[in-house]
Design a protein around this ligand. Sequence first.
Ligand SMILES: Cc1cc2nc3c(=O)[nH]c(=O)nc-3n(C[C@H](O)[C@H](O)[C@H](O)COP(=O)(O)OP(=O)(O)OC[C@H]3O[C@@H](n4cnc5c(N)ncnc54)[C@H](O)[C@@H]3O)c2cc1C
Length: 457
Amino acid sequence: MKKTRLARNKKKIVILGGGFAGVECAKQLESEFGNDPEIELVMVSEDNFLLFTPMLPQVASGMIETRHIVLPIRTICKKTKFYEGRIKNVDPYGKLVTLWGTGDKRSVSIHYDFLVIALGSETNFFGMSDVEKNAYTMKTLNDAVMLRNRVIDMLEQAENETNPILRKSFLNFVVVGGGFAGIETAGELMDLLLDARKHYPTVHKEDLKVIVLEALPMILPGFNEKLAEFAKEKMVERGIDIRLKTAVTSFDGNEVTTKSLDENPKDPVDESKIDAIRTKTLIWTAGVTPVNTIKRSMFKTDKGKVIINDYLEVSDFPGVFATGDCALFLDPETQRPFPPTAQIAEAQAKIAAKNLKALIKNSKKEKFVYHSKGQMAIIGKRSGIATFLGMNISGFWAWLIWRNVYLSKISTFDKKIRVFLDWTIDLFFDRDISRLKLMKRETEKEYKLLDEVDDVW
Ligand SMILES: Cc1cc2nc3c(=O)[nH]c(=O)nc-3n(C[C@H](O)[C@H](O)[C@H](O)COP(=O)(O)OP(=O)(O)OC[C@H]3O[C@@H](n4cnc5c(N)ncnc54)[C@H](O)[C@@H]3O)c2cc1C
């Protein structure tokens, strides 16, 4: 009898998304409610792991083994019931989350009492369908593996190619976007190319070109300007061509066309200089946008992000919180949205968990105030930049700090050790240049809603 009453009164907190925000929120809630029989914790995510994105470019460059930067959610959130599935719909009136079914997966509907939306973002191509079709991206584990294979393939093709124009397009690599992802990818890519080149006798150092295209007048926006300038100079010294105020207009798989956004063009008649670069590989890292599930949801959004109040709660739906890349929270100083970073996602997840506890225990909620712990980026060849403990650091020491900080952030001991060993091995051996033809871009799955077998949990 007691058991039945408990089951009925049990409050269910459902977390959508197993990224930085979702996992951090689950960890905080587990420490508060993990042993509370009246609270049930549930997480739904498409992948059953947390992807440690700061090290994704190092997977693309073959420095770190693929599985070493993914952390299985079941091993880090042991008191949370986990559903691996793609969310189809969230009904905040009926308090119901529905998952897609496929040919071999049943569709499921999950009831909630409280909800945390942490669905992150996906690559934004700003409506350029040719770029979307032909570009490589750097957002998922599959992207990193695909890019590594592509780079090796291009070296293989170039080695035996006699047509100089074609050869050049094999060895030109264009990275679009001068943010974290773009800069770190360009640095790692150059490291991989220089390392792998030794095995390709006809490919010379000067044949290899990594070009970064950035629409803004600087790289790494939001970073200390001097550090960003240092990063740019170091990368240029290494032979990376950085073109600022340059926007991509198209990419057909063979040639990328760009438009100069220079406010004071040398030729006043030709206000937007058009240029073209022959390349077979364009890596698009120029922006993210919240996932479609959010955009077509019933929540109020702005540029696709869920609008939330100071407590990270969706105002129209008490008990529903949104955090991380998919939530719109304005920086009170600049009145602009915070940048999409793992650091902010985790900070918001902590406050969302605190405020859920406050709702359940009828105590006072806390406003979200962001205190940056610093910023760091690596730019290749054991160099980096960091704003850490109030200090601006560049070069080798920044690179070392980056490694220590991010290693400490990997939450399972075995993965820490594996990454550390990968780094150590890289000090002594060349990169592996075997091209694994295992992965291909995932084709659109045929999702279906199997009404007749729907389960409501
Ligand atoms: C290459 C790269 C390097 C980066 N480097 C840094 C860095 O050095 N420092 C830093 O602070 N930030 C960095 N970032 C940014 C950081 O990764 C993001 O800001 C962070 O992941 C946001 O966390 P989140 O929880 O909001 O979203 P995510 O981590 O993206 O998690 C979203 C989760 O939701 C799931 N999901 C989405 N849609 C659905 C659906 N329909 N159904 C089911 N599940 C779904 C996804 O599978 C994912 O698990 C980097 C990003 C990239 C791509």
